[in-house]
Design a protein around this ligand. Sequence first.
Ligand SMILES: Nc1ncnc2c1ncn2[C@@H]1O[C@H](COP(=O)(O)OP(=O)(O)O)[C@@H](O)[C@H]1O
Ligand SMILES: [Mg+2]
Length: 240
Amino acid sequence: MKLTFRDVHVAYPGRETPALIGVNIEIAAGQRVALVGRNGSGKSTLILTANGILRPQQGAVMLDGQPVQYDRRGLAALRRCVGVVFQDPDDQLFTANVYQDLSLGPLNLGLSQAEARQRVLQAAEQCGLSHLLDRPTHSLSGGEKARAAIAGVLAMTPRFLFVDELLHHLDPWVRREVLRLLCDLASAGCAVVLATHDWALVRTWAQHVIWLEAGRIFRQGHPSAVLTGPECPDLEGAPC
Ligand SMILES: Nc1ncnc2c1ncn2[C@@H]1O[C@H](COP(=O)(O)OP(=O)(O)O)[C@@H](O)[C@H]1O
Ligand SMILES: [Mg+2]
C-alpha cells in the first residue's frame, strides 16, 4: 500500500503564505520515515493533511493511486488507513477511563461494541496497557499517556501511522520503549512517520527523511544522502 502526495498545496484561512507548497511525497508500507524541519516548516500541517483533517486547495492525496474523496465515506476510508498520534496526548485522551478512550476510534469507524472490544484489548496488549484499562485517563503518567495515545490509534489498525513530536516530553527510558513499539509496528508492515527534532534518532532510525523548509520539500531521501552539509544543525561543533 502507498500513500502519495502529488503537488499538494495547503493554506490556512486568512494566511497569505500557504503552509504547504507543491509537496510531493510517497510513503510505502512498513517504511520508517522521519519528518524534519524548523518550527513552522509545515510538519504538523502535512500530518493533518495525510488523514484528511486538512484538505489541499491544489494537488491530491492518494491511497494506492486513488485520490482521496472528501465526503463522509471517503474520509472514513482514509482514516481507517491513516492514523495520527498528536504531539500532546492530552489532545487525544478525552474520556473517563483508558478502555473508553481506546474504543472511541474503532466505534467511530462504525465497528460494533464486540469488534471494538477486540481491537482495544489487542492494542492495549501491544502497548503494554492491559493492566491499566480501568484507570482514569488523567491519572496516567506521561509515558502511559503517550502509550495510550498510540494504542487509541492502533485500535483502528492503521497502515500508516503519523506521530507528531510525541517523543519530546518523554523521559529517555519511556522514549526507548515507545521507539521499540514503533519499530515493531514498522516490521509488521505499518508505515511509521515520525515528526521529530531529534537528529541523532533520525540518522539511526529512519529509512527515509522528508525535510521541509517553509512549506516546501527541501530535501528527501535516505538519511545518508539527505543529512549532510552545513544546513544540518547537528553537524556544527559544540555551541560553546
Ligand atoms: N491553525 C492554523 N491557522 C493558521 N496558520 C497556521 C495554523 N496552524 C499552523 N499554521 C501556520 O502554518 C505554518 C506551518 O505550521 P506547522 O504545520 O504547525 O509547522 P510545524 O509542525 O513544522 O511546526 C506556520 O507558519 C504556522 O504558523
Ligand atoms: Mg508541529
